[in-house]
Design a protein around this ligand. Structure first.
Ligand code: GRF
Length: 268
């Protein structure tokens, strides 16, 4: 018997992926329910989808925290349990030789914002957190406090490209401008990098000669609205298992990666 999973959602914009998940819960396709909708953007139109659903919504205004740090960094106090070196050592958003001031400013401001997110979320226990058009990278501060069992990740993200190609803020645009003939979308568990976590599902579409950026975005979004609920359903069924794989390469080097195994459906 599938348990009804409690799904928290974070959005930044229109929330069309959130709506697809809401619809799939309401139709019974997903044995789940949305328990809150949070955003980094006070003006996110998708917040209205949570209000209409009658679930709590909240906003953490990242923009004002980041601006406050720019103006008077000495006045921005990180959370009590903040360990800058631990977070800097874990994150893979910035390369080792990136400007450490930039990396430090990122980690401090995000931990301040994320502590507020966690404080808001703690009133609404959840089993799965879906980033549904959430345009912020999460730091290890947040990830470690949500993924309390590191073997059972529970933060999902949807990205508008076939990862690992084209991480970042404009998956559809990058795919189009590169001249790809196939585009797509990816749902993955969130890790310490940008759009680099273990892949759960992907869907692809053809890019035809008369396609434009707008037409491929439309094709992609339609696939996103099918893909994300499918991945959430697998989570609700307990069919997603992360496995640490290690591979011996031709050049003798070893490489490792955590991947997602999709377990067979439970016996009917
Ligand atoms: C989508 O393309 C999604 O892949 C990306 O944000 C875009 C907007 O999502 N993460 P939504 O309409 O707010 O769900």
């Amino acid at each position: 018997m599938e348990r009804t999973i409690r799904i928290g959602a974070l959005i930044s914009g229109t929330g069309t992926n959130l709506q697809a998940i809401i619809d799939s819960c309401e139709s019974g396709k997903i044995n789940g329910k949305i328990v809150f909708v949070g955003s980094d953007n006070p003006n996110a139109p998708g917040l209205e989808k949570g209000t209409r659903l009658g679930v709590p919504t909240f906003v953490v205004d990242y923009g004002s925290i980041i601006q406050h740090f720019k103006n008077t960094p000495e006045n921005v106090v990180p959370p009590d349990d903040f360990d800058l070196n631990d977070l800097l050592s874990k994150q893979t958003l910035f390369s080792a030789h990136a400007d450490t001031e930039t990396a430090k400013a990122f980690i401090i401001t995000r931990a301040v914002a994320e502590a507020k997110l966690i404080d808001a979320m703690k009133h609404y226990p959840f089993d799965l957190l879906v980033l549904a058009g959430y345009m912020r990278n999460l730091s290890p501060y947040f990830i470690d406090r949500v993924n309390t069992d590191s073997d059972i990740p529970r933060i999902m993200n949807i990205h508008p490209a076939l990862l690992p190609a084209f991480p970042g803020v404009d998956g559809y645009g990058d795919t189009f401008r590169y001249g790809c003939k196939i585009g797509g979308c990816t749902v993955h568990f969130v890790d310490y990098g940008e759009d680099s976590g273990p892949i759960i599902g992907q869907k692809a579409y053809e890019i035809l000669e008369d396609d434009t950026l707008d037409s491929i975005r439309a094709k992609g979004l339609k696939l996103e609205w099918a893909l994300y609920p499918e991945c959430v359903k697998l989570f609700a069924q307990g069919r997603l298992k992360t496995v640490r794989m290690s591979y011996q390469l031709k050049n003798g080097k070893k490489t490792e990666r955590t991947i997602v195994k999709i377990l067979p459906p439970p016996e009917a």
